[in-house]
Design a protein around this ligand. Structure first.
Ligand code: ADP
Length: 385
């Protein structure tokens, strides 16, 4: 059977899936290698008993060596799966890429040139591409960008109030999580046929919101980088830029120290001092765990409200990703702060993570829709093969 291998390389993980080329494209294999460069672990979420054990992963394994192990392991399986293309999640397409791209040497050079816009993510995305290009030059590779979905944003939503020359040089709000939003936009017409103005809350370790009109992004909370907007697992989200000046001028902090502070030590972890994981904070009775959850929800509700003018109203609210799909507490706390919109939840539906969690009295539907980025990547790869 011809299959598409999808690869989603995060900062310390490599998620992968095998999707059949023809409908139904339900994955025959899905898994991830987590803890790269720390404590690597291989896990399958769509397991197949017939598969052999994954080889031992060295503690210092990188995205490149993990990809190599994965290819070798897939080759060694006794199945009729034939990888005919590989689709990759690539975090930044800049202004150059407004749709998925078939990768060749020229494209690869352009993608590498975008590294300064996402120095912590783009190199991890490119490492598996280079590895596969060297090992399997016969297999087509396709790059799918997190930024593409947001190219439709209102021009005002993309602009910082800096001198205009900065925007002309690419310092604009790009937005991220586009593959997830693309998937949600693809299922919305069937689930909410009459809703045109929708806010989707992608709440995972990374978290953002997207205001969609007719299934297209008009504004989003992440900006030039994936640091802006909501409180996240380890990232601060939006902060007064004057804080950065203070840290440099008064505290003498270096750029790498500030980068680590904002990307690794802040957010839920920074406030709680306990964990970056919402599930662990919910299980804790420490007051700082509660404080972190409260700040997360306060800020999320505020950012939702801030997006409503971009839509001119709101027809529905959708929660997705790890926290959005599983944390009834987070959804309840966010929605409680939005009661003035006439929005209310059905408590038992919310507790059960049902698809529709709003009450019958609610002025607008609130939904939980699980997202998947690999299905979007696989479809794009097939389209470009
Ligand atoms: P990412 O893909 O950005 O790494 P995920 O979408 O997997 O992140 O989301 C991870 C987050 O979801 C973590 O904060 C985790 O604790 C949270 N989460 C997962 N399951 C639950 C649950 N049952 N209750 C509360 N939070 C959960």
């Amino acid at each position: 059977m011809d299959v598409i291998l999808t690869i989603n390389a995060g900062s310390s993980s490599l998620k992968f899936a095998l999707h059949p080329v023809s409908e139904p494209m339900t994955p025959v294999l899905r898994g991830k290698i987590t803890g790269l460069k720390r404590a690597p672990e291989f896990k399958l979420s769509v397991p197949d008993e017939s598969r052999s054990r994954f080889p031992k992963i060295r503690v210092d394994a990188t995205h490149e060596t993990a990809t190599q192990l994965l290819l070798d392991w897939l080759d060694a399986q006794d199945t009729d799966h034939k990888i005919v293309a590989v689709g990759h999640r690539v975090v930044h397409g800049g202004e150059t890429f407004t749709k998925p791209a078939l990768i060749d040497e020229t494209v690869l050079v352009k993608l590498a040139a975008l590294t300064p816009l996402a120095p912590l993510h783009q190199p991890h995305n490119l490492a598996p591409i280079r590895m596969i290009a060297a090992r399997r030059p016969d297999v087509s590779q396709v790059a799918c960008f997190d930024t593409c979905f947001h190219t439709t944003q209102d021009p005002l939503a993309k602009l910082f109030a800096l001198p205009k020359s900065y925007a002309e040089q690419g310092v604009i709000r790009y937005g991220f999580h586009g593959l997830s939003y693309d998937f949600i936009a693809s299922v919305l017409p069937a689930k909410l046929p009459t809703a045109s103005r929708v806010i989707v809350a992608h709440l995972g370790n990374g978290a953002s919101l997207c205001a969609m009109k007719g299934g297209k992004s008009v504004a989003t909370t992440m900006g030039f980088t994936a640091l802006d907007g909501l409180v996240m697992g380890r990232r601060s989200g939006a902060i007064d830029p004057g804080v950065i000046l203070h840290l440099v001028q008064q505290r003498g902090m270096s750029v790498p120290e500030i980068e680590t502070l904002l990307y690794q030590k802040s957010g839920l972890l920074g406030i709680s001092g306990i964990s970056n994981a919402m599930q662990e904070l919910e299980a804790s009775d420490h007051p700082d765990a509660a404080l972190a959850i409260d700040l997360f929800c306060y800020r999320a509700a505020g950012e939702i409200a801030k997006l409503i003018p971009a839509l001119g109203g709101l027809d529905a609210l959708v929660f997705t990703a790890g926290i959005g799909e599983n944390s009834a507490l987070t959804r309840a706390k966010i929605c409680a702060r939005l009661g003035w919109l006439g929005l209310s939840l059905d408590e038992s539906a919310n507790q059960a993570n049902d698809e529709v969690i709003s009450s019958t009295q609610s002025a607008l539907p609130v939904m939980v829709i699980p997202t998947t980025e690999d299905a979007v990547i696989a479809k794009s790869a097939i389209a470009l093969m």
